[in-house]
Design a protein around this ligand. Sequence first.
Ligand code: 13P
Length: 398
Amino acid sequence: MALTEVLNWMLVSTLRSLCRWSLPSRLSHIGAAASFAGVSDAPLQFGDELRRTAKAIAAPGKGILAADESTGTIGSRFKEINVPNTHENRFAYRHLLFNTPNLAQHISGVILFEETLFDKDPKTQQLLVKPLQDAGIVLGIKVDQGTKHLPGTDNETYTQGLTDLDVRCKKYYAAGCRFAKWRAVLRISENTPSPLSIQETAQTLAKYAAICQANGLVPIVEPEILMDGAHSLAICQYWTEQTISACYRALNEQHVLLEGTLLKPNMVLAGKQAPQQATIEQAARATVESLQRTVPPAVPGVTFLSGGQSEEEATVLLNALNAHSLGSRPWALTFSYGRALQKTVLKTWLGKAENVKQAQQALTVRARANGQAALGQYKGDANSASASQSSYVKDYKY
Ligand code: 13P
């Protein structure tokens, strides 16, 4: 063969294999015939239900209460208020949260830790989650199993839990859950996030999302960039965009139905140790711009984590994301807060039965404020000394 023929042949076969690799993920979304390797045109078993669930969670003026602290994490919360981390106290605390009057007015979903999902009142044998189900609040479940050091990286981590995820998803669906959460953690420093950490985050979240959807659970895709660091707002925006865009490339490659997913990112902020902090307007603009550049309009909702901001800061920034004219926002922008919904509740409760009503009122105040912020209608009337206190914890583990 002459050299030009060899080159021609190499060019043609490269183009052919490129077509073979790039077409399937597009075909999977339009349901075309399965004539390419690796593509199925069978409809997703839970497709309609996943779309409905995701839309219900992202309903206008509503958001998620993240009450999925692992046993260790709830222990650190209880330690701050001198409450022993016993099963009895965990039950009492979550009983308080779930029996808050009119919780469904601003809360569309609650994320649970496995213990809570199956927990029962020892006297009545009633499931702890029954009041949530009765109120039409969607049950979610934390399915990741924490993080481990990612070998060969500068203190980066990867998230555990894929091995038996399908089996656990089936069990959770049977118990009434309709959505799930999986948290990947990235940190900004001179050497991080590394390309390996971003790739690992995207691939693992996409695999998790596909497994959840195959079992009827809407996956919340949570790539959290921690607040730790002295970086500027612009650096946080850059890494947020790199991370989220990698996630959507991977989600598409894994044939995930985007309409049946939710994104749970960090808000874009300067690092906690940065000499210059951004204004609310600057942070809101950077956050919305990051999403506009990376999140497809097919995604129904972006449910932010609070990440260590004070309760009031998290509400005010969410409000700014919705209130200002920041251009196109085809997704609901709402909350999936843990610390920013519970800090004052815990400080009011203090483990005492006589404080339950007041603690529930504290939850109502924050849930209402965030519900208003999700509509861009928060007027600042939920502020208090406790709500202004930072929840930041260095190197935070959930
Ligand atoms: P925070 O709102 O406390 O950051 O937590 C939300 C959450 O679910 C983290 O995974």
